[in-house]
Design a protein around this ligand. Structure first.
Ligand SMILES: Cc1cc2nc3c(=O)[nH]c(=O)nc-3n(C[C@H](O)[C@H](O)[C@H](O)COP(=O)(O)OP(=O)(O)OC[C@H]3O[C@@H](n4cnc5c(N)ncnc54)[C@H](O)[C@@H]3O)c2cc1C
Length: 313
């Protein structure tokens, strides 16, 4: 006797793609609205490096972002109607009338609303074992890690005016700042070059070949031309790519810089689809902003799911 195919599972109220601070915050709010929720997560995002957050309220000694994720998952585990699924969603289809279908590795799930919280892919300099340094002594954000690096030897890495600007801002925290282009091209404008020179910030046009250090803490980087640059911290200004592949499958509108366009309720251009966290450019890319956007997106989705008689107007 042949096995009968499994009956398709009932659609959940909300499917969330991404289990970082934005996705977990959205899931918690939805669970507490008594909505059924699935969170899909592959566990590789900005919140899975080694950084300790010192600017997230309520943790006097700071909190490692991976620990914050773990705490969020445990908080969510109190709600049996919310579940984290460790699968990479590879395809999406549908709309708010028919419902959305999410696909991964031969499985599929149905949801009435959809939340995208897939984050960004940072372009850190790549050299052997670079991941060990990311979040420990290789950073990108002054709001996150500038304070701890006051007065230290800082190497800013990037070849654009954005890198020059970050070097100038870091110079307000340390007088030991250098800039390394780490690129074939050098696109720093004459104006920014003059400002860097006036501040005494050397500009080196070379590329990183290797790093020397212990347990993710730099002692030096060695360049392709053989320079050995001693440093305590590297700030990478090489950009990031928003993870918008799934958003584009649903023809969700993007901003000119390629992030998912949302309004202040985190609604995208497609009804029933919300986006939160670093994937959007609504607020700065911080854990506090991701948690806020996730909560706001959840509230908007919850309202969207109400039958008409529960809505004002
Ligand atoms: C080195 C470093 C230091 C930082 N320091 C601070 C700090 O001190 N303070 C601060 O506030 N912020 C800091 N940040 C920024 C902070 O980590 C981000 O703002 C935050 O993680 C954004 O949360 P998110 O949920 O939007 O995205 P992420 O944390 O990137 O999570 C996205 C998740 O989506 C998953 N995902 C993506 N695509 C799929 C898919 N197709 N299917 C399933 N899952 C998918 C990924 O696996 C990932 O787990 C730092 C970032 C870095 C890199």
């Amino acid at each position: 006797m042949s096995a009968r195919p499994a009956a398709p599972a009932a659609p959940v109220d909300a499917a969330i793609v991404g289990g970082g601070p934005a996705g977990l915050s959205a899931a918690l709010y939805l669970a507490r609205y008594n909505r059924t929720v699935l969170v899909f997560d592959t566990g590789h995002g900005r919140s899975t490096h080694h950084q300790v957050n010192h600017n997230y309220l309520g943790f006097p000694d700071g909190i490692a972002t991976v620990d914050l994720r773990e705490l969020g998952s445990r908080q969510l585990a109190h709600y049996p109607h919310a579940r984290i699924v460790h699968h990479r969603i590879t395809d999406l289809e549908g709309d708010a009338d028919r419902g959305f279908t999410l696909h991964a590795q031969g499985h599929h799930w149905q949801a009435r609303t959809l939340m995208l919280a897939t984050g960004v892919l940072d372009h850190f300099p790549h050299f052997p074992d670079w991941q060990e340094y990311a979040g420990r002594s290789m950073f990108w954000c002054i709001a996150c890690d500038g304070y701890e690096n006051r007065g230290r030897r800082i190497l800013v890495v990037g070849h654009t005016d954005a890198a020059a600007g970050e070097a100038m801002q870091l110079h307000a925290l340390s007088d030991q700042v250098r800039l390394l282009t780490n690129s074939r091209s050098d696109e720093i404008s004459p104006l920014m070059r003059r400002r860097l020179a006036a501040a005494g910030i050397p500009v080196l046009h070379d590329r990183i070949k290797a790093a020397e250090g212990k347990e993710g803490h730099f002692e030096a980087v060695v360049t392709r031309r053989g320079l050995r640059l001693e440093l305590d911290a590297l700030f990478s200004v090489q950009g990031a790519t928003p993870e918008t592949e799934l958003a584009r499958r649903l023809s969700v509108a993007l901003t000119p810089s390629g992030y998912v366009a949302v309004d202040t309720e985190q609604k995208t251009s497609v009804p029933g689809v919300y986006a939160a966290g670093d994937l959007t450019a609504l607020h700065s890319h911080q854990v506090a902003a991701a948690v806020h956007e996730g909560a706001q997106a959840a509230s908007a989705a919850h309202y969207f799911l109400h039958p008409p008689e529960l809505k004002a107007g």
